[in-house]
Design a protein around this ligand. Structure first.
Ligand code: AOS
Ligand code: ZN
Ligand code: ZN
Length: 389
């Protein structure tokens, strides 16, 4: 296989998971701008996600969020999974929610009151039950837990409570199921956050065992953080479970991945490729909210942005790079990386899509498909994703 053929083959195997909540209405604490035609049920979110996969060919799974995607009935989730499969997609990670109940004012799994901790852990256990029903492999955990003022709670004791709760959920995981622990440096807590960084997430996952892995949400770092270094380190330790991709200009902006800093996305993807992370064990998920732009085309654009960064990362001439590095050729090594980054990979990706039997231009093909008009006509009273309520 030529090198280019190998790059194309790798790109065809890429799988980007789209989040159910990105299809619904979302906003900020100031305003949720409702859009016409947005899904009213989890079933309709899957219908939209199937469109993204149909036009890109590389978005085969959809992450669910409980309770936003809760369905009733003893075989409700099996039916949801069947609905997805009939449309050519599958259910992906189950995202828990321990942040929207009044009980969680002082935290969930780290709360000072054991009764609230019990409620939070029970919710996480319920999420594993749902995974059993949907066939999902990953439980994605993000905790809004933390404190706002020095002295508010014992930050060490909170770590003990976190470890205890996580251990109970870890024990419940079945074969082939994982726990993906996401960190975030602040928000909604403003003084301490209980899982603020990769080091804390890593320490808990290490103690829990091999089914516990760290998730890197690209929007969850302080400005200037070298995210690709974190990625390289976690991969080296066998602890990178996946990504929540999005982009940020300021805080956790949840804008389209690759929109704010495509160069950073390329550098991250290069470390993924370099570290052997371009495998199904590393989940490439989107975690975005499309507050003012049309949702389905924005998600298609995001998937394409991930593909472009990946293609550039795969194009890095690693032999030339290793030679330049060994020779101490600083400028030469940097030039190898920049050559790959500056390559226009759009023609290559057009070819990849045509070879996959797809339209070379997914956004134009989606616009022509009539789906946007159909959902505006058929769906009245779309659902809010859960954010910005
Ligand atoms: C919150 O800031 C996190 O990014 C979460 O990953 C996520 O957006 C939320 O849990 C939705 O499921
Ligand atoms: Zn996230
Ligand atoms: Zn976030």
């Amino acid at each position: 296989m030529t090198e280019l053929a190998a790059v194309k083959a790798a790109l065809k195997t890429q799988a980007v998971e789209t989040p159910s909540w990105a299809y619904g209405n979302s906003g900020t604490r100031f305003k949720v701008f409702a859009q016409q035609g947005v899904p009213r049920t989890p079933y309709e979110k899957l219908d939209d996600a199937a469109q993204v996969h149909a036009f890109t060919g590389v978005a085969p799974t959809v992450a669910l969020h409980i309770p936003w995607d809760k369905v009733d009935g003893s075989d409700g989730y099996a039916e949801l999974a069947k609905h997805a499969e009939e449309r050519g997609v599958k259910l992906g990670a189950i995202n828990s929610n321990t942040f929207q109940d009044d009980d969680y004012r002082l935290g969930s799994i780290c709360h000072p009151d054991a009764a609230v901790r019990r409620k939070a852990v029970d919710h996480l256990l319920e999420c594993v039950d749902i995974m059993d029903a949907t066939g999902s492999a990953d439980l994605k955990l993000w905790f809004a837990d933390g404190t706002n003022y020095p002295g508010q709670d014992d930050i060490r004791a909170r770590q003990d409570r976190l470890a205890e709760g996580l251990a109970e959920v870890y024990e419940r995981l079945g074969d082939g199921q994982r726990m993906l622990l996401e960190y975030k440096f602040f928000e909604p807590a403003f003084y301490t956050t209980d899982v603020p960084d990769w080091g804390t997430a890593y320490a808990h996952c290490l103690k829990l065992g091999e089914k516990a892995q760290v998730v890197v949400d690209t929007g969850h770092h302080a400005p200037g953080t070298n995210i690709e270094f974190i990625v390289a380190t976690l991969l080296r330790e066998g602890k990178l479970g996946g990504f929540d991709f999005n982009s940020r200009f300021y805080a956790d902006d949840d804008l389209m991945v690759g929109a704010a800093d495509p160069f950073q996305l390329f550098r991250i993807m290069y470390e993924v490729v370099r570290g052997g992370g371009f495998t199904p064990e590393v989940a490439f998920m989107l975690d975005q909210c499309h507050n003012i732009e049309a949702k389905i085309p924005a998600i298609i654009r995001s998937v394409m942005n991930v593909q472009e960064a990946t293609a550039k990362a795969l194009l890095v001439d690693r032999v030339a790079l290793a030679e330049a590095q060994a020779a101490g050729d600083v400028l030469g090594a940097n030039a190898v990386v920049m050559d790959a980054y500056n390559t226009d990979v759009r023609p290559l990706l057009r070819e990849v899509r045509e070879e996959m039997g797809l339209d070379a231009d997914p956004i134009a093909a989606y616009a022509r498909s009539g789906w946007a008009e159909k959902i505006v006509a058929e769906r009245v009273g779309g659902q809010q994703a859960g954010w910005g309520a």
